[in-house]
Design a protein. Structure first.
Lengths: 645, 106
């Protein structure tokens, strides 16, 4: 099979890139080459995969036994099935484009090779995450991408805000990872294995019933979902993602939009047989998803930093994916994951191109009227915006429509969540077009003498164009569904989710016409959002300000991101710091730990001080001691022998 | 009629005790040296005595004698090294008093 080749290629090339630091072109060659090669490998894997019989899937290849401890056993093994294929294509495909883009974007950075080294390492860990055939290997990738995320957010480590953001990302996700890890342990305690295949087999064989109360399966699901919340920046652990925008923009595109943050969605989809047996956990996932989708969209409306808008948009879109998983529409979730990777990756890269053109300016209020100056960037960004706003025929329309439809009519349908998601879709369209209008249209609000606006080099524009193409056609797999045809994407993924769809409550298939109406609604939401943004931002230039003033407190609340950072700071971080300083530092550390250690040392020194007096340097006194010892020992020996008789 | 083994052992013990006492109480390094030799030879005597005691009419035990040869070899080597040290000491200190050689301490 291909897997050894794939694995070794990725490993070997990533390893090589770390040593690579001779020159820029060499760095380029290794970095791009390795990702390109793994992309080709993935394509080849897809080709071979498509020829396999259904019963041979998933393909699992075990390389070596990683650890054995009593009944616990974990292999380092990789697995390929339909879900993996989708993720692989997204990771390596978008990864490759981002790498190419980075050549242009990072061209003037002194730590060029370090950037590519981290980026390659990230791709490696992401592939480990996706390919791992048990929870532990996935967890290695999971932590690995977290590490790379930390390194890349804090890439410009001379900037304090960047290093702080890196730490925040790392520590915040750590809270979720704690849950993830406990979840893995609980999985092992319950199923005596951490292999996906083994878990699912046990579930199927025992015919484990759906758990309507709060039992062990629900607990596992919620713990794993805690990890997903941290990684995928959902409420309440989303705070790190907006700050993560301190990193270079290609990083934001690859890690914080297209790939890493979707790991949470991936793990929920991967563990779907477990989630399907716990309606409570499903509901939690759906609620968190829908609320986040709406909540983050509201914050996104008021941000002025172009990347921050996109960051909140990402959080919001991830919320949609979780909503999809939560209502049992895993395929829709993964579909949105894929299209989102295309158009959000494109949005970030285009934003990077805009920032590049503006010479580092990120504030949209200082842009405006850029349409003519950077047409390629503007066009591609517009396509991505149309896609995310759910305007047909762009990719986002198909995936988002499917999610909304599932939330309304799926097996776990919930009208309230649908309403939230629908409102979120409207807001999405609004804030995205606000971004477009502020950036590319209207009055020029920058000083032309200071900013030399220029279109980016072709090496940056080419990935934009490819992604724009993907954002356009990426959703067409599902297009035949509109006229009652097959949904190719869903059919492809069906085997992965077949076990859990069988468990879902049976519902009547709603009329196809209704579905079409709903698609119409979704499009309408997008158009309304567009229209509002048009009205506010393209008409009277004073209108946004007046509106902000008339909304007063509400505007401030949203602009301040609901002051969640401040609340966390006051409620969690301050007490922690106080506790660390006053209790842990002064009492526990200085008093108890230092006291114990120093006390032991003092005792040893005192004893030694007494004992060293014996060592007088006088040879005869030593001899005396030897004799005393010998006599004493002999006496003891004789005494023992005497007692024997 | 032979001398009982206990006689030999008594003599060996007396010689060894004399060696020990001389080793501990004498200050002259040459005397201490001789005390060590005395102790070694006391032990040699004990070895030979035991070897003799274990011999029977048809079987002559030689283990003790072999040990003694080893001890003699080691003693010779020790004497060579030891006297070299004594010479070096006499050169540097102009004295053979061991109580004045007490630098090797805490």
């Amino acid at each position: 099979m291909l897997l050894p080749l794939l694995g070794s290629a990725v490993n070997g090339l990533v390893g090589a890139s770390i040593r690579e630091r001779w020159s820029k072109s060499a760095v380029n060659a290794t970095a791009i080459g390795s990702v390109a090669l793994s992309f080709i490998c993935v394509c080849e894997a897809v080709r071979e995969f498509s020829q396999l019989a259904a019963d041979q899937i998933p393909v699992i290849h075990s390389y070596f036994t990683w650890m054995v401890a009593g009944p616990f056993r974990a292999d380092f093994s990789l697995q390929v099935d339909q879900l993996t294929i989708v993720m692989l294509l997204v990771v390596t495909g978008v990864g490759l484009l981002v790498h190419i883009f980075s050549i242009g974007y990072m061209a003037h950075d002194p730590s060029y090779y370090r950037f590519f080294c981290y980026l390659n390492l990230f791709v490696f860990f992401m592939l480990t995450l996706v390919l791992g055939s048990n929870l532990l290997v996935t967890f290695v990738g999971w932590e690995g991408v977290g590490l790379c995320s930390y390194l890349l957010i804090g890439f410009w480590f001379l900037k304090k805000s960047a290093t702080d953001a890196g730490k925040k990302a790392f520590i915040t996700t750590r809270i979720g990872d704690m849950g993830f890890m406990v979840g893995i342990l609980l999985v092992f305690a319950t199923f005596h294995t951490v292999e996906y295949a083994g878990i699912f087999q046990t579930l199927a064989q025992n015919n484990t019933p759906v758990e309507n109360h709060f039992g062990v399966i629900t607990a596992i699901c919620l713990l794993l979902f805690a990890g997903a919340i941290g990684k995928s920046a959902q409420l309440p652990l989303y705070v790190w993602l907006p700050d993560a925008m301190e990193g270079p923009t290609p990083v934001s595109a690859l890690i914080h939009a297209a790939t890493m943050v979707t790991a949470g969605v991936y793990i929920v989809a991967r563990m779907n047989p477990l989630f399907a047996r716990s309606p409570i956990a499903m509901l939690v996932v759906a609620i968190v998803g829908a609320v986040t989708a709406f909540y983050a969209a509201t914050i996104g409306m008021a941000q002025t930093d172009i990347k921050k808008v996109l960051a909140y948009s990402t959080i919001s879109q991830l919320g949609y994916m979780f909503l999809a998983c939560g209502v049992g529409a895993y395929t829709a979730g993964i579909f949105h994951l894929m299209t989102h990777a295309f158009f959000k990756g494109l949005l970030f890269l285009a934003a990077g191109s805009v920032i590049h053109a503006m010479g580092g300016e990120q504030d949209m209020l200082k842009m405006g009227g850029l349409w003519k100056k950077i047409p390629v960037t503007a066009w591609t960004m517009l396509i991505a915006t149309l896609a995310i706003a759910g305007i047909p025929p762009f990719a986002g329309f198909f995936s988002k429509d499917e999610i909304l439809w599932a939330a309304y009519s799926g097996p776990y349908a919930n009208k309230a969540l649908w309403a939230l998601a629908f409102a979120g879709a409207l807001l999405t369209s609004f804030y995205m077009f606000r971004l477009i209008f502020l950036t590319f249209f209207g009055r020029q609000r920058y000083d032309e003498h200071h900013v030399h606006v220029h279109e980016s080099p072709w090496i940056m524009l080419a990935p934009l164009c490819v992604l724009a193409l993907l954002s356009t056609v990426g959703g067409w797999f599902a297009a035949p569904k509109l006229w009652d045809g097959p949904d190719y994407f869903a059919n492809f993924l069906k085997p992965v989710f077949s076990g859990s769809t069988a468990l879902a409550p049976q519902i009547l298939e709603p009329a196809h016409a209704l579905e079409l109406y709903f698609s119409g609604f979704a499009v309408l939401a997008g158009v309304i959002g567009l229209a509002i943004a048009w009205f506010i931002y393209l008409g009277d230039p004073e209108r946004p300000k007046r509106l902000a003033k008339s909304l007063g407190g509400l505007y401030k609340l949203v602009y301040g991101k609901y002051f969640v950072d401040e609340i966390y700071g006051a409620l969690i971080i301050k007490p922690l710091i106080w506790g660390s300083e006053h209790i842990l530092w002064h009492v526990v550390d200085e008093g108890m730990i230092d006291g114990t250690v120093n006390g032991a040392a003092d005792a040893a020194r005192a004893a030694g001080g007494q004992a060293r007096k014996l060592q007088s340097g006088n040879a005869r006194s030593y001899a005396t001691w030897v004799i005393i010892g010998a006599v004493g020992f002999t006496a003891l020996l004789l005494g023992i022998l005497g007692m024997r008789h | 009629m032979s001398i009982p083994v206990s006689y030999y052992l008594a003599l060996s013990g007396v010689l060894f005790g004399l060696g020990v006492v001389a080793f501990v109480f004498k200050r002259n390094i040459i005397t201490i040296f001789m005390a060590i030799e005395l102790m070694l030879n006391a032990v040699n005597l004990a070895f030979v005595a035991f070897s003799r005691a274990h011999s029977t009419a048809g079987h002559v035990a030689l283990d003790g004698q072999v040990f003694v040869f080893f001890v003699i070899v080691v003693a010779a080597a020790e004497a060579a090294v030891g006297l070299a040290i004594v010479l070096a000491l006499a050169h540097t200190r102009q004295s053979l008093n061991v109580d004045r050689v007490n630098l090797l301490k805490f």
